[in-house]
Design a protein around this ligand. Structure first.
Ligand SMILES: Cc1cc2nc3c(=O)[nH]c(=O)nc-3n(C[C@H](O)[C@H](O)[C@H](O)COP(=O)(O)OP(=O)(O)OC[C@H]3O[C@@H](n4cnc5c(N)ncnc54)[C@H](O)[C@@H]3O)c2cc1C
Length: 477
């Protein structure tokens, strides 16, 4: 991961850049093509902001048909393609190259159909995650996966990264709620995979598309499963003087057969940074805090919290704050969901995304602390504890190349540790650019070759997101 190498742009494409831009502008409506430098700058990076490259051009299709035309043109001109939703990827998945055309889905943001009887919604890929739930909240339904970036990130990006969120502990991640996609292939063909019916026959191509990080085609429409809202839901805060006790408590709750709807962990630094920004009423005098949410009827919630409280007391909890109102609950979640943004106000950071079995959380947290201390860097931990999906935010100064390298090396050690403890490199953010060169820590060369062979069936020339996911091989090689 350290000093991530960007691929060498194809000189033959760069030599034709002006001609390609002119051809794209001539073939597509003006409002769908961005060729001027200032306009292209807006697409040069994503939330992995340390890496940026000016794309050759940006295409913003308004329909599946325009997307198909865009891909046919890209193929005709032999350029690489970087699909893009809202650009909130923390792994550099939407960072372009100089020889690539960004195909952004932001203009395709309509909810096309909502069917409560059959429990699905059909939406365009550029619809934001939150707006799906907002569109049906008044009717008592919602879309469950809730990335903290849900105000901005698109459902297409969620499908590409198989995104998760705080409430995925109980409900599962994007793949558990995905029923179908409309995909535009490398050849510019439109393919429907899955749809409103449950469990369609045949091979599970949907399983391939979900989590493919935009390497198998561009998703333009999505069928998502929708669920009825629970009768009620209530979060509570549990503060501990010992961070390891808090993490042991997580495993004990799960081990007791209790499945709260969410169980989030924040350490002292994450609490302080977030509280200064969001004023969510978090306790500042604890080493670590769990936000646990239970849902159901009031007696069901009370009964579940009583069991959780017993376990928390056995693990030395000192502060317990049960939420008393809907406004208080909203403040608690506003804090948690703005934790990354609040951190970005005080420092540059890289956000790790490894998972570990919940039983290994105490050891994993200790080792994260040791790795970052050895690098002389501060780390704030805020993550989906119930899933063992850790997000150490390693703080550094992007203007200091030595410090950036130290941060990236520390991140690499943290992810290697996740694999060593029986977890994996990425729980929800994807591999992207960031973890590309670490894939060989998790997979053998044969396993990587198999994955690449599957990819080649969809994209034989390797044009979609070529520098991502798999360890980089220079084009000439
Ligand atoms: C503050 C913050 C908090 C976050 N919290 C969470 C969280 O709780 N859980 C979580 O899982 N993630 C989280 N993320 C990461 C990010 O929001 C998700 O990965 C999200 O799914 C990306 O969506 P996007 O629309 O921004 O996609 P982009 O960043 O634009 O793209 C992401 C990847 O998907 C591909 N892609 C995008 N659209 C399409 C498409 N239509 N067809 C094919 N490929 C496509 C891109 O090529 C790229 O590889 C967070 C990010 C930030 C900045």
């Amino acid at each position: 991961m350290s000093a991530i190498r960007m691929p060498t742009p194809d000189p033959a494409i760069l030599a034709r850049a002006d001609a390609i831009r002119a051809a794209l502008a001539a073939a597509l409506p003006a409002e769908c093509v961005v060729t001027d430098e200032a306009g292209r700058r807006a697409f040069e990076t994503d939330a992995l902001t340390a890496y940026r490259r000016l794309p050759l051009a940006v295409l913003l299709p308004r329909s599946t048909e325009e997307t198909a035309l865009a891909l046919k043109l890209c193929r005709q001109h032999g350029v690489n393609i970087v699909p893009r939703g809202a650009g909130t990827s923390l792994a550099g998945g939407a960072v372009p190259q100089e020889d690539a055309v960004v195909v952004g889905l932001s203009k395709m943001n309509r909810i096309l159909e909502v069917n409560y009887a059959d429990r699905y919604a059909r939406v365009e890929a550029g619809v934001t995650n939150l707006s799906i739930s907002e569109a049906m909240a008044a009717d008592g339904f919602f879309y469950a996966p809730d990335p903290s970036s849900q105000l901005a990130c698109t459902i297409g990006g969620n499908v590409a990264n198989n995104s998760g969120g705080a409430h995925c502990l109980k409900y599962g991640v994007t793949s558990n709620h995905l029923m179908g996609v409309r995909l535009v292939t490398f050849e510019g063909e439109v393919v429907d995979i899955g749809g409103p019916a449950l469990d369609p026959a045949g091979l599970d191509f949907l399983g391939l598309i979900c989590g493919a990080e935009g390497q198998l085609g561009i998703v333009t429409e999505v069928f998502v499963r929708i669920l009825p809202l629970a009768e009620g839901a209530r979060p509570a805060l549990f503060g501990f003087d010992d961070a390891e006790d808090a993490s042991r408590c997580v495993a004990a709750i799960i081990g007791a057969g209790i499945l709260p709807v969410a169980m989030e962990y924040m350490d002292n630094l994450a609490i302080e940074i977030t509280e200064n920004f969001a004023h969510a009423g978090y306790p500042l005098d604890v080493e670590a805090m769990l936000i646990i949410e239970c849902e159901g009827s009031t007696p069901e919630i009370d009964a579940e919290f009583a069991r959780i409280l017993e376990i928390a007391h056995a693990h030395g909890v000192r502060v317990v704050r049960e939420c008393q109102s809907a406004m208080e609950a909203a403040q608690i979640w506003k804090g948690r969901k703005s934790a990354f943004g609040a951190t970005g106000r005080i420092a540059d950071y890289i956000c790790m995304d490894g998972t570990v079995p919940t039983g290994r959380l105490p050891e994993a947290l200790r080792r994260v602390g040791e790795i970052c201390a050895a690098a002389g860097l501060r780390v704030a931990n805020v993550f989906h504890a119930g899933d063992g999906n850790m997000h150490p935010l390693i703080l550094y100064n992007v203007n200091d190349p030595k410090e950036q390298e130290k941060a990236e090396r520390a991140g690499e050690e943290v992810l290697a540790m996740s694999v060593e403890l029986g977890g994996c490199l990425t729980g929800e953010h994807g591999v992207g650019l960031e973890k590309r060169d670490l894939m060989s820590k998790q997979y053998t060369p044969q396993e990587l070759a198999q994955q690449k062979a599957v990819r080649a069936v969809f994209d034989p020339e390797g044009r979609f997101n070529p520098a991502k996911v798999f360890p980089l091989e220079e084009r000439a090689a």
